[in-house]
Design a binder for this molecule. Structure first.
Ligand code: FAD
Length: 456
């Protein structure tokens, strides 16, 4: 078998992998990025293409170039919720407008940036196994041009997405790395990019429509005549015929009469809290591979970019210091959990709450919530506290849904408590067991209070 030595191996050329590889290469390391797709197909990834709120990307790449090349709609100001009874609720994003991207071009630019930083990119390279000795990951085995090759490095970064094969192959029995993962922690999603002749009239909005399976249909305008439409269902619910359901919905919408389908793709994405630990000796996981995704919206691009960047930084330090055990990599877990990790873990409480209620109850709650709360759920950082005006607005508009709403309000309060537990995430692996016990005790209290089945 051919073999090659690098400082860092990154598996996957999506958002997390491109940021990880570019960051480590800019630190002067010899980095290999392995991507199973061809150079032409790389970057072509199933996505709703929306970046909500004012998410910024790490400056490891040329952000202006990325924006100029791939941001097709920078003027998203509001969210529109279409309720089953035909009503529409509108929420303004205020001063935090969102964007919609051309996902393929965006992916290509990230890989161009990795190349410019000096990363060795091997396309058409399918990673099949992990090289591990005494629990320490020392590289991977991949097939390229029908030939099996061994890539070795003191650090491997797993950025292979939601269904990373590396985690099936590696033995994490002696590591802190999260292994409490099952299919109910994922959502199955499908999207099409449609071209229409006439402007849709909502090119400044993210449009959502709840579905029975604890998910939603979305219509995200890349431009006023090119719309990303898709839907997903959580795997805790009954499976849904994604393509058929989308077709039926599109046929009922006059703006899509005569539309041309430009692209179709589906994939799985995590709808769970981030991995408690995404490190093992010689190994870090970033992006979907470690559930760095907002579990209520599936928004994963900003989390993958940030986590990939941090993984690249921590990997570079570890290689330079020649220390690649969990203690040396732990800072990565700490940064994630005390940054977006706590917010995503808190959002996950809404998912758990959702499994205990029917869609009618939930849409009633959506219809009643003050804008600020809903925008929080959409992924914008915000406060869970409610002002007097909000409370009055709520009291007037929600007569009839008190039970569910009271539960929802309790979720809000408990989300704050959970965030403060994540703020106490340990700075070394030695405090990890204790922290987990405390978090798990909180979760048991939460399941009891909202009457939901334990998710983890
Ligand atoms: C239908 C859908 C809609 C979504 N909509 C949005 C949205 O609107 N906004 C948002 O922010 N997020 C959205 N997401 C989530 C977002 O796309 C992901 O969170 C994000 O792409 C994660 O990036 P990543 O780099 O971790 O993984 P990915 O983008 O999945 O990249 C993984 C890469 O690894 C490669 N790979 C996998 N296995 C191997 C292997 N064995 N060997 C070599 N290479 C391998 C893959 O080819 C791929 O290039 C959506 C996801 C889906 C499925």
């Amino acid at each position: 078998m051919h073999g090659r030595q690098f400082d860092v191996i990154v598996v996957g050329g999506g958002t997390a992998g491109a940021f990880a590889a570019t960051t480590a290469a800019r630190e002067g390391l010899d980095v290999a990025l392995l991507e199973r797709k061809s150079a032409d197909e790389a970057g072509h990834i199933a996505c709703g293409d929306a970046i909500k709120g004012a998410s910024t990307f790490p400056d490891a790449i040329d952000r202006e170039y990325l924006r100029a090349e791939s941001f097709t709609n920078d003027t998203v100001q509001r969210a529109l919720f279409e309720l089953p009874d035909g009503d529409r609720i509108e929420y303004s994003f205020g001063d935090r407008s969102g964007s919609i991207i051309d996902r393929k071009r965006y992916g290509e630019v990230l890989l161009e940036e990795a190349d410019r930083a000096g990363v060795t990119i091997h396309y058409d390279t399918v990673v099949q196994d992990v090289v591990q000795r005494d629990g320490v990951v020392e590289g991977v085995v991949a097939v390229r041009n029908d030939t099996q090759r061994r890539y070795e490095a003191p650090i491997t970064i797993d950025a292979a997405g939601a269904l990373s094969i590396l985690q099936d192959k590696a033995d994490f029995s002696g590591a802190t790395f999260e292994t409490n993962v099952d299919y109910t922690h994922f959502c199955s999603a499908y999207r099409e990019v449609l071209r229409v002749d006439d402007p849709v009239g909502y090119d400044d909005a993210l449009v959502f429509k709840p579905t029975e399976q604890l998910g939603y249909l979305w219509y995200f305008p890349r431009t006023e005549t090119e719309i990303n439409v898709g839907l997903g269902f959580q795997m805790t619910e009954e499976p849904m015929q994604l393509v058929e359901t989308l077709r039926q919905d599109l046929e009922a919408r006059p703006e899509f009469a005569g539309a041309t389908v430009e692209d179709k793709l589906g994939a799985a994405l995590p709808t769970r809290r981030p991995y408690d630990s995404a490190v093992a000796p010689g190994y870090l996981a970033a992006g979907d591979a470690a559930a760095h995704v907002n579990p209520t919206t599936g928004g994963g691009i900003p989390g993958a970019a940030k986590a990939g960047h941090w993984a690249g930084e921590i990997a570079a330090d570890a290689v330079v210091e020649e220390a690649t055990d969990e203690g040396a990599l732990w800072e990565y877990n700490h940064r994630i959990q005390t940054d977006f990790g706590k917010r995503f873990a808190a959002m996950d409480l809404y998912n758990v709450f959702g499994t205990a209620h029917s869609i009618d109850e939930l849409t009633d709650v959506i219809a009643s919530l003050p804008a600020r709360q809903l925008i929080d759920v959409l992924g914008r950082e915000g406060t869970a506290s409610m002002g007097l005006l909000d409370k009055l607005e709520l009291a007037v508009s929600t007569v009839g849904h008190w039970g569910t709403l009271y539960d929802a309000y309790r979720v809000n309060a408990m989300a704050d408590e959970l965030k403060s537990i994540y703020d106490q995430f340990p700075t070394t692996p030695s405090g990890f067991g204790h922290w987990r016990r405390e978090r798990d005790e909180f979760m048991n209290r939460f399941y009891d209070r909202v009457g939901a089945e334990p998710k983890y």
